[in-house]
Design a protein around this ligand. Sequence first.
Ligand SMILES: Nc1nc2c(ncn2[C@@H]2O[C@H](COP(=O)(O)OP(=O)(O)OP(=O)(O)O)[C@@H](O)[C@H]2O)c(=O)[nH]1
Ligand SMILES: Nc1nc2c(ncn2[C@@H]2O[C@H](COP(=O)(O)OP(=O)(O)OP(=O)(O)O)[C@@H](O)[C@H]2O)c(=O)[nH]1
Length: 466
Amino acid sequence: MQEHNLKKVAILGRPNVGKSSLFNRLARQRDAITSDVSGTTRDIKKRIVTISGNRDFEVIDTGGIDYSSELFSKVAEFSLRAADMADVIVYMVDGKTIPDEEDKELFYKLQQMNKPLALVVNKIDNDKEEERYWEFLEFGADATFPMSVSHNRYFNDFYAWLEEYIPAKEEKPELQIEEAEVDPFEEIVRDINSTVEDEDQEVSVAIIGRVNTGKSSLLNALLGEERSVVSDVAGTTIDPIDEQIEYNDYKITFVDTAGIRRRGKIVGIEKYALGRTEAMLEKADIALLMIDATVGVTELDERIAGLIEKFRLGTLIVINKWDIRGEKTYEEAVDDIRDELKFLHYAPLITISAKTGMRVNKILDQITTIYEKYKQRIPTSKLNDVLREAMQRHHVPSYNGALVKIKFATQYETKPPKIALITNRPDGLHFSYKRYLSNYIRSKFDFEGVPLDIVARKRGERFEED
Ligand SMILES: Nc1nc2c(ncn2[C@@H]2O[C@H](COP(=O)(O)OP(=O)(O)OP(=O)(O)O)[C@@H](O)[C@H]2O)c(=O)[nH]1
Ligand SMILES: Nc1nc2c(ncn2[C@@H]2O[C@H](COP(=O)(O)OP(=O)(O)OP(=O)(O)O)[C@@H](O)[C@H]2O)c(=O)[nH]1
């Protein structure tokens, strides 16, 4: 609960009118929580009070103060200070006395604060005493209430008036994010980071695939004459086996192009091919997975795709040799690939011909787009809005009958993006629910082409690897 947002109601008035009595009665409305709010002004007692079942406020009691002198000016000074801190002011007078000029003057000062202000005439203990109350109408208050705290009289009208100024708590589903649990400092730091533009424009790309799928043909097409190949420019630090081009302010490095160009050397040596692929993926942000349209997805293609999954890279599936695909429709080709490579569901797919150059020019745009998503950082507040939405659609399943609460989510890493869910029971969060959240978050923030990791953590645990 966000106690700092609660409305503050101050009960003011001269000594002995019954302020503490009202305070204590209000405080009893809420048996469970009567603890002191910490950090309060030393002289002033505060309690959190609930009325009408779902309206919380903080009540400030100025009673019990020892105004060492009898001077009313002390009362006035103190009352004005307390009123200043308050959202709603209750000024109490003793109905067994006659209206008093000093009270009136103080009341007018309070009126000038333009806050909701009620005059409560206390100690109207029976019907006979009710006429005393009329005399206090001369204060000209917007709201004047008779009351007998000790006899528990006339409370309903007073409560109805208070309710106007105390918002009802929103109905919360039980498993809601406890926003106050978000360490505000942590959130600020993350959000500041996220607004700082990530200047990183250097992308490493691995072109991988079985033999003969067209890797070197694609590389040549991408490095085509019209682009400035900068690998041999003095001062660049790229590995001599890599090649780099500049494209729309990005530096795109194709890793281990020497290996790609060393043609036909690895036929039949599957283990070596996979090892070399791993070495490339280790250096890369994004993988272009080449599939031969005339062959479809083979078991080796699946194993290669599995390596991308393992390295958590941004991915584009490139279906090559589209010029000689035969009768196959786009839908057939795509269905086949989606079916065989389910775990790369997040990867977009493009049909090209490295030989004719068909749609090859789209690939560089795809690379930079995926890279932007690969390095994106979602502000914590936005992420938690979406998390709350997702949890409202489907509540977190309980674990062996125990409540699993997700307190908040935060993205703690980029390239690839990783999100931690802070929960009371990291082990109790079912993988299918994590997958649901991952898909939901994916649908709200564009992560096309990018794997999204979600881990469950206890508060205070480090957000490192699983
Ligand atoms: N007859 C009657 N007495 C009341 C009523 N409410 C409070 N009292 C009595 O009035 C006296 C003062 O009440 P408190 O609640 O201590 O008053 P206070 O305004 O907090 O006084 P300080 O602590 O001196 O500021 C106590 O003896 C209460 O029992 C009421 O409705 N009727
Ligand atoms: N029709 C057609 N042929 C292609 C296409 N892309 C590549 N090829 C041909 O397919 C064969 C293999 O192409 P490469 O680019 O050498 O394939 P690779 O994946 O580098 O092969 P390895 O180095 O053996 O792994 C060559 O004969 C290419 O001309 C394409 O889009 N259409």
